[in-house]
Ligand binder design. Structure first.
Ligand SMILES: C[S@@+](CC[C@H](N)C(=O)[O-])C[C@H]1O[C@@H](n2cnc3c(N)ncnc32)[C@H](O)[C@@H]1O
Length: 221
């Protein structure tokens, strides 16, 4: 696969405006399940560390039912499932070809082809997780997804998301973005959309253009 230049036209001052993007085909994200892990680790050196942090943030919840949004090849689901032995896990992703790999990695889980914009699988889920997928939605679609996540969460229930964000400052080695495909939002925006969805929002990690946010659905007396 040759490299292609991708112009990223944006009014966000902290988003790099031209990237040499080795995995873009035209304007389409090309995710090769066989090389995905090596590619994402080279593009996001903290990929495994962030997944550990996401797993840790999930681990204080007693989860019987877990939902993973944008499962890809199943790495996020695997990180979370190992911390919740005995829990059932459903993962959704727009690509059935990618989900074939997730099914091989975690045969005990259920992976369903669906878009994040579609109605979510029926809850309640004690835990909803997502890594590096929600930035494919624009701002209103993220806010809408957060509302729908809150609606399928059990009480108490937790939503943990890890993703690329618009940084508050210039970043030395930003995550490569493709115009029209990667639509990150800021930590503050996403935190306020979590709150609007009725969740108690916590930023458990924010550094440069990567962040982990938690939204808790808590019981009120
Ligand atoms: C970068 S991968 C992340 C996979 C996995 N969570 C991980 O961290 O390794 C993003 C995934 O989101 C999926 N995706 C992108 N947009 C989507 C959408 N609108 N609905 C459902 N899945 C989507 C892609 O098919 C891809 O598998």
């Amino acid at each position: 696969m040759g490299e292609v230049d991708v112009w990223l036209i944006t009014d966000q001052p902290n988003v790099q405006t031209l990237r040499r993007y080795p995995h873009a085909v035209g304007n389409q994200w090309h995710l090769d399940p066989d090389t995905y892990l090596a590619v994402v680790r080279s593009e996001i050196p903290s990929y495994d560390w962030l997944h550990s942090r996401l797993g840790e943030a999930s681990s204080t919840v007693f989860a019987r039912r877990i939902l993973d949004l944008g499962s890809g090849t199943g790495r996020t689901a695997q990180q979370v499932a190992m911390r919740h032995p005995g829990a059932s896990l459903i993962g959704i992703d727009a690509s059935d070809a990618i989900l074939m790999h997730a099914r091989q990695l975690l045969p005990e889980a259920t992976f369903v082809m669906a878009r994040l914009e579609d109605p979510l699988p029926e809850g309640p889920f004690d835990l909803v997780v997502s890594a590096f997928a929600i930035h494919h939605l624009d701002g209103p679609a993220k806010a809408d997804l957060f509302r729908r996540v809150a609606a399928v969460l059990a009480v108490p229930g937790r939503f943990v998301m890890c993703d690329v964000v618009v940084p508050t400052h210039a970043v030395d080695h930003p995550v490569l973005l493709e115009e029209g495909v990667d639509i990150p939002s800021s930590v503050d925006e996403q935190r306020s959309w979590l709150i609007d969805a009725g969740l108690r929002a916590t930023v458990v990690h924010a550094k440069d253009d990567l962040a982990i946010l938690v939204g808790d659905l808590i019981a009120f007396d």
